[in-house]
Design a protein around this ligand. Structure first.
Ligand code: NAD
Ligand code: MG
Length: 396
């Protein structure tokens, strides 16, 4: 029996993870559930899954959650705050952690799970973008395993030789020439910059293929999601930036591909449904039912591929630039993007200004080699403050 902590249980990934867990009661148990502020939704999940511990990140909502849990007569313990979250990720209540918090807020719990040797199902890509070297060191220290849940990286994990997927061997020594990440292109694929000037948040979050949280939906529309994923692939598989290619594939059926020295290209295909990647990560190295319908190739009939439009969607180029700079530059990119996306969702910043804010922050804040967590948290804060200043200067 695997005891699983689902951090970000009320979100899109959390919901998919709990769906897979519920399909396999003999194998899996949701022993810890955590969310940010939605105490009502978290209490409903507690009634359904009866975890040992429920954590609400916002301490002002602890009493509300406790009252709900008590009213339902549940044995579930209730805690709150960032420390409780980190403690839960490292505790003996779980052997597996689904890191599905959105943004830098998930960094410390993700690191704690790695350091404690858990099986880490990583959806929280911002954590590895910000702190790749620290996360890899924590994994080595803890001796646990990282199973990527981001669909592209999960596809790469499946298509790579096992030794390269788990970083026991390098890409070149296992005959891998290139990692090819697919991108749907988002809701604005094919549009010109002029057509993107007056985009609204509702248009940006209406993704054609995936139902996701609002932040990652905007990232998909700007192609920053793919940029973050390029950086994620670099750290996960020790891939140099010029070995990582992005190709636009509007149907989101081919989730990513590995090109080998002999000319073979291995891909992983499936419907755009995160339960496949989550079931893979939960059961690995076995395969289990995930509730995802079979792929009908004849009904699909065709799969298309195009180059990304780097002039219109500048965030992807900025992410490559930050990766090439190295050190703290990806953390600056991530923080500036989080601030700019939140302002865009709030109606305070035009869509096209997201990349301007990020570019200005990367220019302003010189990168340093990654040293420790305190330094990265400081970098994150500095980049957020700089982004706010840039936004006031540029547009607000
Ligand atoms: P979401 O907005 O639907 O859910 C976010 C979850 O995180 C919620 O449960 C929320 O309560 C929790 N949360 C937010 N801030 C928090 C805080 N400060 N402390 C504790 N909990 C907090 O987001 P999502 O779409 O599920 O995405 C989650 C992560 O997974 C993101 O990093 C995203 O990039 C990644 N991801 C998502 C998908 C997808 O299909 N949704 C695919 C690949 C990767
Ligand atoms: Mg992805």
């Amino acid at each position: 029996m695997r005891n699983i902590a689902v951090l970000g249980a009320t979100g899109s990934i959390g919901t998919s993870a709990l769906d897979v867990i519920a399909r396999h009661p003999q194998r899996f148990r949701a022993s810890v559930l955590a969310a940010h502020r939605s105490s009502e939704a978290l209490a409903v999940l507690c009634e359904r899954f009866v975890p040992d511990l429920a954590v609400i990140a916002d301490p002002t909502l602890e009493a509300d959650l406790r009252a709900r849990v008590q009213r339902a007569g549940l044995p579930t313990r209730v805690a709150s705050g960032a420390e409780a979250l980190t403690g839960a990720a490292a505790s003996s209540l779980c052997d597996t952690v689904v890191a599905a918090i959105v943004g830098a807020a998930g960094l410390e719990s993700t690191l704690a799970a790695a350091r404690a040797g858990k099986r880490l199902l990583l959806a929280n890509k911002e954590a590895i973008v910000m702190a790749g070297p620290l996360l890899l060191a924590a994994l080595r220290e803890g001796g646990g395993e990282l199973l990527p849940v981001d669909s592209e990286h999960n596809a790469l994990f499946q298509a790579l030789p096992a030794a390269a997927a788990t970083r026991r061997a390098g890409l070149a020594e296992t005959g891998v020439r290139k990692l090819i990440l697919t991108a749907s292109g988002g809701p604005f694929r094919g549009r010109t910059r002029g057509e993107l000037a007056a985009i609204t948040p509702e248009q940006a979050v209406a993704h054609p293929n995936w139902r996701m949280g609002r932040k990652i939906s905007v990232d998909s529309a700007s192609l920053m999601n793919k940029g973050l994923e390029v950086i994620e692939a670099h750290f996960l598989f020790d891939a140099a930036p010029d070995r990582i290619e992005v190709v636009v594939h509007p149907q989101s059926i081919v989730h990513s591909l590995v090109e080998y020295a002999d000319g073979s290209v291995l891909a992983q295909l499936g419907h755009p449904d995160m339960r496949t990647a989550l079931a893979y990560g939960l059961a690995w190295p076995e395969r289990i039912e995930a509730g995802v319908r079979p792929l009908d190739l004849v009904a699909l009939a065709r799969l298309d591929f195009q180059p990304p439009d780097l002039d219109t969607f500048r965030c992807l180029g900025l992410a490559y630039a930050a990766l090439r700079c190295g050190g703290t530059a990806p953390a600056v990119l991530n923080a500036a993007n989080e601030v700019a996306v939140a302002a865009f969702l709030d109606g305070q910043l035009p869509f096209l200004a997201i990349s301007e804010v990020i570019e200005a922050c990367l220019e302003k804040i010189p990168p340093e080699p990654v040293a420790n967590l305190a330094q990265l948290i400081q970098t994150d804060l500095t980049a957020r403050a700089t982004a706010q200043r840039m936004m006031r200067r540029l547009h607000c």
